[in-house]
Design a protein. Sequence first.
Length: 254
Amino acid sequence: MDITNNVIFIPGATSGIGLALALALHQKGNTVIVGGRRSERLDSIAAQHPGIDTVRIDTTDPAGVAAAAREVLTAHPDLNVLIAMSGISRVEDWHHRGGFLEAAEAVITTNLLGPIRLLGAFIEHLQSRPRATVITVSSGLAFAPLAATPSYNASKAAVHMLTESVRLQLADTSVEFLELVPPSVATDLLPGQADSDWAMPLDEFVTEVVEILETRPGAHELLVERVEFLRYGEARGDYDQVVATLNNADPHGK
């Protein structure tokens, strides 16, 4: 992916990693459209950051995704990058139905069906562009589970394999597929995470991601150094130690 002169839509970018990445990419000379559910946040972003466009989108609503896609493509027919950033996490207790079922359904709907619906809305358009990029967002927890968040772990593992599979199937098109794999980052994904001492500072994470985009054009996975402990545990042969360390040291995070 070239780091400049793109037209980029980022659903789920009204806060956290999404917003920080949107601002960083805008500073690199890209046209950026931020999507999100909350109109007041979108209005605030547009007011504070002239030049960034905004579109209301709720990826849990199939009709809303289709309508937002039409709005984006009407205003920005040169769109060539989609970053499927929308995601939620919930702490779950699988000892009883009331401890997980509602939360699990919400997580899977947002984290897995959301990117699938976005691809359904934009993939034909992206194939019409001379060069295009889709960036999905998984997690270090796709590769090593945190006990407190089973559905989040599973949804991100599914995003990883979905990205791998669609990349293979669309290898004959102009669309490249990248996977952003965050570690725990200081955001509001879970209570206490933004202020925790185990989460990677948000600005450091985004700076490293942009550097990877600039310097490693052939990378399929965007891996900051801090997430490699989780990503490669099985390959290194210390997966059990990674899981034990994660669950002893990090009671909430990603």
